[in-house]
Write a protein that binds this ligand. Structure first.
Ligand SMILES: Cc1cc2nc3c(=O)[nH]c(=O)nc-3n(C[C@H](O)[C@H](O)[C@H](O)COP(=O)(O)OP(=O)(O)OC[C@H]3O[C@@H](n4cnc5c(N)ncnc54)[C@H](O)[C@@H]3O)c2cc1C
Length: 552
């Protein structure tokens, strides 16, 4: 068996330990709040993380270029850890990784050796310049141009860049920019060094959250770069290079969502143990605990199980992981937002006050469902690719997943696999029914598919992880099993509601034939979700609640 790429667990644990120490020392709550208040980029902290002593950036750089050669699993762990502390600093760091990616995936060996080695050894701050005022979600609408500069013999010696980039993280502080621009043969990435004549920093954005990250426009006016700075030395490879890393970068932002939600939730749990109302700590109030803490804890744990599964697939050489990355980003960031919102509620008026930091964390995590592809773009991607796969395979794709869950149920009946199998079958029937009814041209149907697909695939990953932990004799295996059962029921509920929304949403009550077809379809889906299958939700949630009460 091939050993997956990346660091050993011990090595990654060491990196996380170092990160905790440095971030704990350099970013106490008072400093985090001060940076937020002053809208200030902590250059000292970032420089420290990039210094030879810490060298956190080395994790995403290959060993042959002076890096540590970390894998997707390592980067996810680091991303989640940083995000749980300060998402602004995490974002500044992510942008360095993101800005480096086009070189990593598309650079020639000489370009990699030149730029990646410099980034590794000099700890350069990098910015990723793709977005423009009129090209956000639709990157292909970009207007920035890169015209060839020719010598007298007609050979291309360089490129002249003109255009405006918008919302660029590290835009005002970067030493290197990777800029996407249109060449005669299509969009291409260029390395542009700070100080190149014609490159200027644009408007500084006064943001809702992640105020410790620096976000600006980048203006390019007759910026001349040598032909060697065209990444890959072939024009028109830019979108391909951007797409090649999406599975991985979206996973990272999914990890940000999980960390950005876990940070405030940890604080909410600690608060609930000390805050007394009506004669007892809030954590003893059953509804409070299950609604505001347990449900979100489980949603984040499920997202983490899925993220780990996808990261391992990437590290094991899995290709074309874009849809899986989208699912991880969509679930992780939306669950993170919900968890942070519930954390404010859990602290009541104190949650709404700045002093308790949770309010800032909630503002911070809001960005995760916007940048690196909005939630609606993720929904479009997930639904489009999975719908095509389902139709192409005549339903085999999700039938296979359901069969996997049947097998898991046979070997372990405690991890909710039978419920996940039923949810996946309901999902499959919904896709095929809506396809046949020619209703998939409606974007809202596709968005609903994406929600159902996401929860089913995350639930399957969670059940697998819970079973694995039981096999390994993990100390919290029973708690994970309870969590996976709770989440499997969520998959059942969401598929049931999704089927209603998809089919019922379009059926006309006046059309008896349509009504009859929709009724048969919906009755068929819901017949799978028997009480016998799904009973016992609250005791499972209480098991998780009791466990959370024991955490320090
Ligand atoms: C703090 C911050 C940091 C950023 N950092 C970087 C960076 O470092 N580098 C970089 O290149 N970019 C960066 N971005 C840009 C970010 O990736 C874009 O803002 C994002 O992709 C959305 O683009 P937009 O803002 O133009 O919104 P739009 O694309 O205009 O979208 C507006 C709304 O319409 C929805 N929408 C768009 N298209 C569709 C559709 N087809 N169907 C349904 N709904 C749709 C979107 O989901 C969204 O809700 C950053 C942004 C922010 C705010």
């Amino acid at each position: 068996m091939n050993v997956p790429a990346g660091l050993s667990t011990d090595m990654c644990d060491m990196v996380i330990q170092t990160l905790r120490q440095v971030v704990g020392r350099e970013l106490p709550d008072a400093k985090v709040m001060d940076l937020d208040e002053k809208d200030q980029f902590p250059e000292d902290v970032i420089k420290k993380l990039l210094s030879p002593d810490v060298g956190l950036h080395l994790i995403f750089l290959p060993e042959e270029n002076g890096g540590l050669g970390g894998g997707a699993r390592d980067i996810c762990r680091v991303s989640e850890e940083m995000a749980s502390r300060d998402l602004g600093v995490a974002t500044a760091f992510l942008a360095i990784c993101l800005g480096t990616d086009p070189i990593l995936v598309g650079g020639t060996p000489e370009q990699k050796s030149k730029w990646l080695t410099r980034i590794a050894t000099e700890g350069l701050i990098v910015a990723y310049g793709v977005t423009e005022p009129e090209a956000g979600s639709n990157v292909a609408a970009l207007k920035t141009t890169a015209d060839r500069i020719l010598d007298t013999g007609g050979k291309t010696t360089g490129y002249r860049l003109n255009g405006t980039k918008q919302f660029i993280t590290n835009g005002g502080v970067a030493q290197i920019y990777t800029i996407l621009a249109k060449t005669p043969d299509g969009p291409s990435f260029f390395v542009v060094e700070r100080g190149t004549p014609g490159l200027a920093v644009g408007k500084h954005e006064d943001k809702h959250g992640i105020r410790a990250s620096n976000t600006t426009g980048v203006l390019l006016e007759d910026v001349d770069v040598p032909a060697d700075n065209l990444i890959g030395l072939t024009e028109g490879q830019g979108l391909k290079q951007a797409n090649a890393v999406f599975g991985y970068t979206r996973l990272m932002v999914g990890a940000f969502g999980l960390g950005g939600g876990q940070g405030p939730l940890d604080r909410a749990l600690a608060y609930a143990k000390t805050r007394e109302q009506f004669g007892a700590p809030l954590v003893e109030k059953q509804g409070y605990l299950l609604k505001l803490i347990v449900e979100h804890w489980i949603d984040l744990a499920a997202g983490r199980a899925h993220m780990e599964q996808v990261a391992l697939q990437i590290d094991s050489g899995g290709k074309d992981m874009g849809t899986e990355g989208s699912i991880a980003k969509y679930w992780g960031t939306e669950a993170g937002n919900r968890a942070a919102d519930a954390s404010i509620q859990a602290l009541g008026g104190y949650g709404y006050a700045r002093e308790y930091v949770v309010e800032k964390m909630r503002r911070d995590v809001r960005i995760t469902s916007i940048y690196e592809g909005t939630s609606e773009i993720q929904q479009s991607i997930i639904a489009m690719y999975r719908w095509k796969e389902t139709v192409r395979s005549k339903g085999e794709f999700y039938r296979d997943l359901a069969s996997d869950m049947d097998s898991l149920q046979e070997s372990d009946s405690e991890v909710g696999a039978a419920m996940v199998a039923a949810a996946v079958r309901g999902l499959n029937e919904t896709i095929l029914h809506m396809h046949q009814a020619k209703l998939t041209r409606n974007q809202i149907v596709m968005f609903t598919f994406a929600d159902m697909m996401t929860v089913c695939e995350v639930a399957a990953a969670f059940s697998r992880k819970a079973a694995r932990l039981k096999d390994e004799g993990h100390a919290q295996a029973e708690v994970f099993a309870a969590m996976s059962r709770v989440f499997a029921r969520k998959a059942v509920r969401m598929v049931s509601v999704g089927a209603d929304l998809c089919s019922g949403g379009w059926t006309s009550a006046a059309n008896t034939e349509e009504m009859a077809t929709a009724s048969v379809f919906l009755d068929g889906v819901k017949a799978r979700f028997t009480l016998e299958l799904t009973a016992g939700l609250w005791p499972d949630m209480e098991t998780v609640g009791e466990y959370l009460k024991t955490l320090d």
